[in-house]
Design a protein around this ligand. Structure first.
Ligand code: SAH
Ligand code: DHB
Ligand code: MG
Length: 224
């Protein structure tokens, strides 16, 4: 099986199940025009994030890694009236493109973009007393996944969902001798999740238009 087949299958399901969406299409176009890397979640993965947030009844979402706001829009659309999403991004150009995409989606009153290194922004959110959040989407620099997960757990409630993107990395996650900081980061993160008694977790491999990768999903099962 090849990426061509995976892409055709993604297209088959997306054409049928994901209604034509000029706002998300425009976001991807503007990302490309601004030279952003095309590493947003795929459309059917964005819809999965949206469904998970809906199933969970999330009212507060924290996203780490905004890029052009594509996953942000999918997630924010699942929020009920009064819901809020905070998204963290270190690259000012990415944040600027995201701001316009989110505004076009009519979600600027729902979404707050915080510019800066995510670890600094998280410390700031903590100082401001934010949390608990109902859902986290961790999708920034993979070497910091453990720190992001730990922060999420510390700012969760029983039932919060912690979703982490890109945990398979083309299969490289099983390469114990890899010195790629992203792979090391994902392995450290997975071991941390495995050792954490307060969550119940799984991870899934995915193939599709974005290649071969995967998600980890953890549910917080106990109050702090
Ligand atoms: N969630 C997006 C994709 C995010 S790509 C989507 O699916 O649409 C990862 C993003 O994380 C990039 O925009 C990158 O600039 C940002 N990033 C990387 N390291 C970061 C850090 N330390 N703090 C904040 N953002 C970071
Ligand atoms: C990369 C980051 C992502 O968030 C993603 O979905 C795919 C690739 C990357 O840094 O290579
Ligand atoms: Mg990702």
């Amino acid at each position: 099986m090849s990426r061509e087949t995976w892409t055709a299958v993604d297209r088959y399901f997306s054409d049928l199940l994901l209604p034509n969406d000029p706002i998300l299409d425009a976001a991807l176009q503007d990302n490309a025009a601004a030279g952003l890397p095309s590493i947003d979640v795929a459309p059917n993965q964005g819809k999965l994030l949206n469904l998970l947030a809906t199933i969970q009844g999330a009212r507060t979402i924290l996203e780490i890694g905004t890029l052009g706001g594509y996953s942000t829009i999918w997630l924010a659309r699942a929020l009920p009236e009064g819901g809020r999403l905070i998204t963290l991004e270190s690259n000012p150009k990415h944040a600027e493109v995201a701001r316009k995409n989110i505004e076009r989606a009519g979600l600027d009153h729902v979404v707050e973009i915080r510019l800066g290194q995510a670890l600094d922004s998280l410390a700031q959110l903590d100082a401001e007393g934010h949390g608990p959040f109902d859902l986290f989407f961790i999708d920034a620099d993979k070497q910091s996944n453990s720190e992001y997960f730990q922060w999420a757990l510390n700012h969760s409630r029983k039932g919060s969902l912690i979703i982490t993107d890109n945990v398979v990395r083309n299969g490289n996650v099983v390469d114990e001798s890899s010195t790629d900081p992203s792979v090391e980061g994902v392995r450290r993160f997975t071991e941390l999740v495995a050792a954490e008694p307060r969550v119940s977790a799984t991870a899934l491999q995915t193939v599709g238009s974005k290649g071969y990768d995967g998600f980890a999903i953890a549910v917080v099962t106990e109050e702090k």
